[in-house]
Write a protein that binds this ligand. Structure first.
Ligand SMILES: Nc1ncnc2c1ncn2[C@@H]1O[C@H](COP(=O)(O)OP(=O)(O)OP(=O)(O)O)[C@@H](O)[C@H]1O
Ligand SMILES: [Mg+2]
Length: 309
């Protein structure tokens, strides 16, 4: 059975369609990533799946329960970490845990076990009496996750849990997510960090409220099949881009750090040769140039661009 099953899920705000007929399934124990630009509709979709926002159309079944029919039933069976953070700033770590334990109706004996588990998992044992407001970003996120899973829900929704968190803390946070998944917990997580998507078993790219692509990162990269990406390091990247954009075989160009990526409908060897000739002929000095594997960022930009057309 799927842990989450969404069919034609739609949400309108007035005339505006924020989530547009989303359809997908998430397997039990899967880490399912939600990628999409700001305003793509990720949080709105999650709030509907969590029973916090009424769909305008379509259905979502979470843990076997139809959200439209029994939103309260769904809420009891899931963990949810909202994008705008859900800890109580003025409460200490310990008080936050006890507060959420109260919300979830944990019995006293279970509370003690779970409290210890969350403190240990988040590495906050020595910080029990620190106020949430005084915790550094990484600790806060781990406490937030801990509070969201106090009642051991089989399905967890994490809406941008690592936003604004440093790379080391992000890595630690993902270890916790991997651990949950290994224990059979289903995790639906949104992120703007494309490197994090590589931790997901599958990712859905949401664009303009619609599902624009769905698959493993390897599958999404394979969508580039038949096309070549040439990475160009040149003295004058802006001029290089202009020259490349004028070439008939160049589908599009984008900036990647200090390099330019050109998507070309040619074989790698031929593409590299043609592009070098064109750039040098146009007076742009090429430092380094060659075919590269598509990154998830290439895929993301490509999908977003196609969906807009
Ligand atoms: N309550 C609301 N009333 C009107 N419009 C809303 C409401 N909630 C969300 N929207 C709009 O719906 C669209 C989707 O918003 P949503 O927050 O779901 O995007 P998101 O993908 O989570 O973006 P981000 O990456 O910035 O978190 C946005 O255009 C937003 O302004
Ligand atoms: Mg959001």
């Amino acid at each position: 059975m799927s842990a989450i099953s969404v069919h034609d899920l739609t949400r309108r705000f007035g005339d505006f369609v924020a989530v547009d007929r989303l359809t997908f399934e998430v397997r039990e124990g899967e880490i399912f990533g939600f990628l999409g630009s700001n305003g793509a509709g990720k949080s709105t979709a999650i709030r509907m799946m969590c029973g916090l926002l009424k769909p305008s159309g379509g259905t979502a079944t979470v843990g076997g329960i139809d959200v439209g029919r029994d939103p309260e039933g769904v809420k009891r069976r899931i963990g949810y970490m909202s994008q705008r953070f859900s800890l109580y700033e003025r409460l200490t770590v310990d008080q936050n845990i006890r507060f959420f334990a109260g919300i979830y109706g944990l019995r006293r004996d279970r509370l003690e076990t779970r409290r210890r588990f969350v403190l240990e998992m988040s590495g906050l044992q020595s910080r029990e009496h620190v106020r949430a407001a005084d915790l550094a970003g990484g600790w806060r996120q781990r406490l937030g996750l801990g509070c969201a899973i106090l009642h051991e829900p089989p399905i967890v929704f994490l809406d941008e849990p690592t936003g604004g968190v440093d790379p080391v803390s992000r890595r630690e946070f993902w270890r916790l997510i991997d651990g949950l998944s290994a224990r059979g917990v289903t995790v639906l997580v949104t992120t703007h960090y494309l490197d994090e998507a590589e931790h997901c078993h599958r990712v859905a790219i949401i664009h303009g409220g619609r599902l624009a692509a769905l698959g493993t990162t390897a599958e999404l990269k394979r969508a580039f099949h038949g096309r070549t990406i040439i990475e160009v390091h040149a003295g004058r990247p802006v001029d290089a881009m202009r020259l490349l954009d004028d070439m008939p075989d160049v589908e599009k160009t984008s900036v990647f750090g200090t390099a330019v990526h050109a998507v070309v409908s040619m074989k790698p060897g031929e593409a590299a040769r043609t592009i070098r000739e064109r750039l040098e002929g146009g007076g742009v000095a090429v430092t380094r140039l060659g075919p590269v594997e598509p990154s998830l960022e290439d895929v993301f930009l490509d999908v977003a661009e196609r969906a807009t057309q």
